[in-house]
Design a protein around this ligand. Structure first.
Ligand SMILES: [Ca+2]
Length: 408
């Protein structure tokens, strides 16, 4: 591949200097030149989220990074869970020894009842097993897998990387940083200590750190050279494709605490993005920020266009993409949207039920990577995308049509 690139580079040097970097960096998928595939919660489409089995499967399916979400235990260990409240993703509610731990806590201003990791020691967490939280996905592996620590995730990734002879990284998310700070279990220094002990707290280590909050990313910026990614959420998508904002998904929770007005969308205005670029290396926007969709209104509500009795993304049509990717790139920010899922009901009508069409659309729009529940589909589509890019090269060489390469 390198040699082919080099020969092309020679052939193209005189007229096409600007396309060369894409070719030269083909074998470095995490430099922003070819999109990386991030195994969202592991291989969440197939196995219970945030288990070593799920991360291992994502790696087997070709993930470049796996994504542990991090919450803290009572004794200060970082474990991989999507929420501090373990009620939906584990069997904890069925374990009699923990029945008395059921409680209500305020999480980002919302009361939640359940079983919180911060009320359990790591030894107790190890008695709990993960379950599949989504009813539409396979429950056969419920109750089989432990809750891993961050250290165990890193150990797995290092071992798999050595086995496979390829660079594999982690993409940890600090979950509810303000909530954890309020418990005296702040995530940030704990995360950096674990990464330092693993030899992974330096620029060039295979790690991105992500957060929906802003203040903790600024805190981390002063303490690590690792790339930081500002996640950008919203509450929903209106019938016309505009993002909607309602608590607790309206703004970073540190803004609520600080009394700062505004919404997540403000992070992506020209001024907001410039502010983000001063402390972060990338953005992780919900994918409608890059390309949204609209529904067909009948009597004021979205219609069941495909007549399957349900109203969902499969009834919506794509809108033209915005310019977020280009604006972020102009500021040197990488763009890693979330979350790509292969279920039919989650694919906008234009993708015709084919996940590859959605991936190809976003790869063409220039994203530097994406979070996928179905690593295999993301990786297969990337292979198609790179082939397509090769075809573009040929076309460029043969007849001079060199536009529309779709990547930086
Ligand atoms: Ca429908």
């Amino acid at each position: 591949m390198k040699e082919r690139c080099f020969l092309r580079a020679v052939a193209l040097t005189l007229t096409l200097a600007t396309v060369l970097p894409a070719c030269a960096h083909r074998d470095r998928p995490d430099t922003g030149r070819a999109p990386i595939v991030i195994g969202h919660r592991g291989a969440a489409g197939y196995l219970p989220d945030h288990t070593l089995a799920s991360y291992a499967l994502a790696i087997e399916l070709g993930a470049d990074y796996v994504e542990p979400d991090l919450v803290a235990t009572k004794d200060g260990h970082l474990i991989a869970r999507h929420e501090p409240n373990m009620i939906a993703t584990t069997n904890v509610a069925s374990l009699p020894q923990f029945a008395a731990r059921r409680t209500t806590k305020m999480v980002d201003g919302v009361p939640e009842q359940g079983f919180f990791a911060s009320d359990f020691t790591l030894a107790e967490i190890k008695q709990i097993r993960a379950v599949q939280p989504l009813a539409e996905r396979d429950p056969d592996f419920n109750g089989r897998f432990e809750i891993p620590t961050l250290e165990e995730v890193i150990e797995l990734v290092k071992r798999k990387s050595a086995e496979k002879g390829r660079r594999i990284g982690i993409y940890p998310e600090t979950k509810h940083p303000t909530f954890h700070q309020g418990l005296g279990l702040a995530l940030e220094d704990r995360l950096l200590r674990v990464l330092t002990r693993a030899g992974w707290n330096h620029r060039g280590a295979p790690v991105f750190i992500q957060s929906f909050e802003t203040a903790n990313l600024r805190y981390l910026r002063a303490r690590t050279e690792l790339p930081l990614v500002q996640l950008v959420d919203a509450d929903g998508v209106a019938p016309d494709g505009q993002l909607t904002y309602a608590a607790p998904f309206d703004k970073p929770y540190d803004w609520v605490v600080a009394g700062r007005a505004g919404t997540f969308g403000d992070l992506l205005t020209p001024a907001g993005l410039a502010e983000v670029s001063r402390y972060a290396d990338g953005i992780g926007p919900w994918k409608p920020y890059i390309r949204s969709s609209a529904c067909t209104l009948v009597n004021g509500t979205c219609a069941d266009v495909n007549g399957d009795g349900l109203v969902n993304d499969a009834d919506r049509t794509l809108l033209p993409p915005g310019d977020l990717v280009q604006r972020a790139h102009a500021l040197g920010l990488v763009v890693h949207p979330y979350t790509f899922r292969s279920e039919q009901r989650r694919l906008v009508k234009d993708y015709a039920g084919t996940p590859a069409r959605e991936y190809l659309d976003f790869y063409q729009l220039g994203v530097d990577g994406l979070f996928s529940d179905f690593t295999d589909d993301a990786v297969a589509a990337r292979a198609m995308f790179l082939l397509k890019t090769d075809a573009d090269y040929e076309r460029c060489l043969i007849d001079g049509h060199c536009e529309g390469r779709g990547r930086r």
